[in-house]
Design a binder for this molecule. Sequence first.
Ligand SMILES: Nc1nc2c(ncn2[C@@H]2O[C@H](COP(=O)(O)OP(=O)(O)OP(=O)(O)O)[C@@H](O)[C@H]2O)c(=O)[nH]1
Ligand SMILES: [Mg+2]
Ligand SMILES: [Zn+2]
Length: 299
Amino acid sequence: MTDDPLTMETIAPWDGRRVPVTLIGGYLGAGKTTAINEFLRRTDRPVAVLVNDVGEINIDSALIKRRHGDTLELTDGCVCCSLSEGLANAFDSLRARPEPPDHVVLELSGVADPARVAPWADSDGFRLDGIVVLIDADQFSDRLDDQRTASFVTTQLGAADLFVLTKVDLVDEAGLGAVEERLSALQPEVPVRRAGGAQDAGALLDVGTRRPGGVADTPLAQLFDPHTVETRPLPQPISREDLDALLDALPSDTVRAKGVAVGPDGARHLIQQVGRRRRISPLPQAEDQAPTDLVVIRL
Ligand SMILES: Nc1nc2c(ncn2[C@@H]2O[C@H](COP(=O)(O)OP(=O)(O)OP(=O)(O)O)[C@@H](O)[C@H]2O)c(=O)[nH]1
Ligand SMILES: [Mg+2]
Ligand SMILES: [Zn+2]
């Protein structure tokens, strides 16, 4: 930084105002895009959304854009590993606007370490408001017990200011209690909220001031990423039987798959697979989401 007033003026936008930035982290498929969409549905404030998807096709940003025009995508890599330039450009393009957004929400990739992205959120014109890490109550224990994924999950936990438990509808009370116990053993100071009620979307942005020392205490970033991201061709159109067969045939180390398929009748379907859990749901025809190939993330 320099004290040259001319330089200061050209860097700091909006008369020195700093827009709060919330980072949304959480392992692959934890429910980040779903939660952001829910949040946007409940607010009419001007929120800018940045979405990082590791595949070549940014399905998430398409899903958010269907409802929210102010969405910038960061595609084909992870913001904390290889896309830092893209992230810097995204913040620059926000800074170039005459009017600041009220808030910026950044969906991190499912393998990102939020602590490595935090400095961008604290740059000119912005202020890191907090790091929310979503915890998939359905898959958390498996991911923590699998040595291939445990370090990703624990690194993300270490950066969090708030945990939001997702998919509480898929887990019984004893299971939820077990997840909360493990979380509080690992990160006793970080509050945990269960998602599921009307207030949850609000909880996402209700982070406010950061935990003292939060990010500084974060363990060093993972150096070896075992994930591979592939794009597999999806025949268009494809029958439901063929689609199921294709998904059944994915390698057993698949942790995440997503894409948009078109059925024989022209109807579009969103494919969402997280671990072994699969969901294929119709997309409203009116929204005309283009079909995509299948993004497959494996260990
Ligand atoms: N049952 C249930 N499913 C959920 C919930 N939240 C999200 N899902 C489903 O979980 C799947 C993944 O959700 P996403 O929101 O795409 O997850 P993500 O964290 O953005 O995934 P990546 O960006 O690929 O890491 C989708 O099928 C969602 O519908 C929930 O609270 N309950
Ligand atoms: Mg997502
Ligand atoms: Zn990364």
